[in-house]
Design a protein around this ligand. Structure first.
Ligand code: SF4
Ligand code: SF4
Length: 378
């Protein structure tokens, strides 16, 4: 039976309270019984892109600092790591660590920032989608991995938390390649589950003190929830995070597919520390991407595929906001974006609606446009 711990923390200024809460979560975790002197602990942080902590895109540095403090105290070697969107290079990491506050978090706690950009192939026997995939070596070689996620909505997966955070162990632009191979939401979710099964994070923390709703994970609306979530099991942490903000289970493929694979059981979760339902948090505004849950369950797969293709939301580029950085083009898995006179132009016919362009745009210049037909149907 899984245990999820929650704490109410109003602001990142309550550092003592955050430290006490994280200490208590980890003291009560299965991980605390396994730690040993000199263990290499990797804190897999959500660093998506070069954003400041107050933008609520990346895991807040105070959370990372308090996590690192805990493991440093137990004489562990602590490494803060992620492979954000874009190329996985030392230069790119330097900029993101600085902007996201990780430099200070590492200095204050005694953790180190990862600059090892090597990666290796793995072939887990129980993978359901990609039988072989690449994983960054810093995570592959860790004794323990902590998924330190941010609570946000996500254009393709509806929600991103402890499980989706692990997609950042796939090196740099290879992420786009996998997105393209997997094409649709459920294939991609199975791949995320395969990654989680390979990593099996030893503890998961979801930073929901300041979260993001609407068109997340980078250009949504910041929302103060004042909640920190911790769990031994990443799916259980995600399930409670979704329940907290009323994101329906059936809209989160990583959750309902993990349950169908018997990886977790939402009915066996025990919540400790906070009666979160009593907080009466208003439901999260969902991304504008497609919600096809109105389709009858028994819709034949082929028909469903055709309908989805017709009704899916598509990206819309707002040239007046665009700063011509080219990130959307470089990160487009389907390679359907061209730069014409320094502005992106998309071939929507071959677009797979993954919204990577929306996710990586630093200027909020990519909208998620709902299909008119879907609006009429709903
Ligand atoms: S245009 Fe955007 S949504 Fe379409 S495939 Fe490329 S990155 Fe994905
Ligand atoms: S749409 Fe966004 S990501 Fe693409 S070039 Fe313009 S600013 Fe850059």
């Amino acid at each position: 039976m899984g245990k999820v711990q929650l704490t109410k923390i109003e602001s990142y200024n309550n550092i003592d309270m955050i430290q006490t809460s994280i200490n208590s979560m980890l003291d009560n975790s299965l991980l605390s019984k396994k730690l040993f002197d000199g263990a290499k602990v990797v804190i897999k942080t959500n660093l998506l892109m070069k954003k400041k902590p107050e933008q609520a895109v990346t895991t807040h540095p105070i959370i990372i600092e308090c996590l690192a403090n805990y493991f440093v105290k137990y004489n562990c070697e602590v490494i803060i790591a992620d492979s954000p969107a874009g190329p996985f290079t030392k230069t790119s990491l330097e900029g993101i660590y600085e902007a996201s506050g990780m430099v200070k978090a590492a200095q204050n706690s005694g953790a180190t920032l990862n600059y090892n950009v090597s990666f290796s192939e793995v072939s887990p026997s129980d993978s359901m989608r990609l039988k072989t995939f690449n994983v960054i070596d810093v995570v592959k070689n860790a004794d323990f991995v902590i998924s330190a996620a941010k609570l946000k909505t996500h254009g393709m997966m509806t929600f991103t938390g402890a499980v989706k955070n692990l997609f950042g162990v796939i090196p740099g632009l290879i992420k786009a390649e996998y997105h393209f191979k997997l094409m649709n939401e459920e294939n991609f979710a199975h791949h995320l589950i395969d990654i989680e099964r390979y990593i099996k994070p030893d503890y998961s923390i979801i930073d929901g003190i300041e979260a993001m709703e609407g068109n997340g994970p980078s250009n949504g609306i910041k929302r103060n929830l004042g909640v920190l979530i911790g769990a031994d099991n990443a799916y259980e942490a995600d399930f409670i995070a979704c329940d907290l903000v009323s994101i329906a289970f059936k809209l989160v493929p990583t959750l309902y597919l993990a349950e169908s694979r018997n990886i977790f059981n939402k009915n066996e979760i025990v919540v400790e520390g906070l009666d979160y339902k009593a907080l009466n948090i208003a439901p999260f505004k969902l991304p504008d991407s497609v919600d096809l849950t109105f389709l009858p369950k028994k819709t034949p797969a082929k028909l469903k595929e055709i309908i989805i293709k017709k009704l899916k939301a598509k990206p819309e580029f707002v040239h007046s906001k665009c700063i011509s950085c080219g990130h959307c083009k470089r990160n487009c898995p389907a390679n359907v974006i061209s730069m014409v006179e320094n502005k992106p132009v998309v071939n929507l016919k071959d677009c797979i609606s993954c919204f990577c362009c929306h996710e990586v745009c630093p200027a909020d210049a990519v909208n998620i446009k709902k299909s008119l037909l879907l609006k009429l149907l709903k």
